[in-house]
Design a binder for this molecule. Structure first.
Ligand code: FMN
Length: 250
């Protein structure tokens, strides 16, 4: 598949066949990740490759029991990483000033760009991928399992393997919801209604409302899927971990 076709056909895959991914294919995917742009070409990220079942089993509860963690042959944890760069600076008598939030953002951006390159490369081979947002909820225990040193924080996880399901393309909001020409055009109430109407009237939404006993889709997000309580709690633990990992000293 060419790159554009791969990108336009993306769908998250959550069920995998047990077949392994060859070393050659995995290495190409990792190399594609490393070809992503990074800030100043510093490459301030790391990719932890988990194929060992015992490590994946240790990660499973930290990803809230999402079975694809142990079912997929490969789990990749993408980390913001200033550790290696700092070690190099110290070894060269250069004094790094990267123990701050901006540096965390820099490293997290590098890690996410590498992750998306890996996903596109994997999908171009016919593999399926799914991101796991649970990485930022339980970053500290995940870091423990993966033995991440100071200066390294996991920012996202991608499971990959051979798809064992066929899933339709998921919907997207109309382009005018996300693209603004020249400057941001804020939305009127009518425009918000219009932008969300197709999604709100879909069969999937109807099912979600029935399952959750709620009267609109926004409430499914706010009251069930991404609650304030969870966000405040995980935000606090993530901030504490960023401090511990020395991204908040200055
Ligand atoms: C940062 C991030 C975190 C995600 N976390 C999860 C997750 O924990 N579990 C899951 O099943 N899907 C997860 N997803 C997949 C999204 O649910 C999915 O991308 C979205 O519903 C759109 O569907 P599509 O990828 O098939 O187009 C995540 C996606 C992203 C980008």
């Amino acid at each position: 598949m060419d790159a554009l076709e791969t990108i336009l056909n993306h769908r998250s895959i959550r069920k995998f066949r047990p077949d392994p991914i060859s070393d050659e294919m995995l290495n190409t995917i990792l190399e594609a990740a490393s070809r992503a742009s990074t800030t100043g070409n510093m490459q301030v990220y790391s990719i932890i490759v988990s194929r060992d079942q015992s490590i994946k089993e240790a990660l499973l509860p930290l990803h809230f029991g999402q079975k694809m963690v142990t079912e997929a042959p490969v789990v990749l944890t993408f980390c913001a990483d200033f550790n290696r760069f700092n070690l190099w600076c110290h070894q060269r008598d250069a004094d790094p000033g990267y123990d701050n939030f901006l540096s965390f953002m820099t490293a997290a951006i590098d890690a996410l760009l590498a992750a998306q390159n890996a996903c596109i490369a994997a999908e171009s081979f016919g593999l399926g991928i799914c991101y796991l947002g649970t990485t930022t909820y339980l970053a500290e225990p995940i870091a423990k399992v993966l033995k991440l040193p100071l200066g390294v924080v996991p920012v996202t996880t991608v499971v990959l393997g051979w798809p064992d399901q066929e899933v339709p393309l998921t919907d997207r909001l109309p382009m005018r919801a996300v693209v603004h020409q020249e400057v941001y055009q804020n939305f009127s109430a009518e425009e918000i209604d219009e932008i969300y109407s197709e999604r709100e009237n879909s069969a999937l939404t109807k099912r979600l409302l029935e399952e959750n006993g709620l009267d609109n889709l926004a409430k499914v997000f706010v009251e069930k899927r991404y609650t304030k309580r969870d966000n405040v709690q995980f935000s606090g633990t993530l901030l504490n971990f960023l401090k511990h990992q020395q991204f908040f000293n200055q």
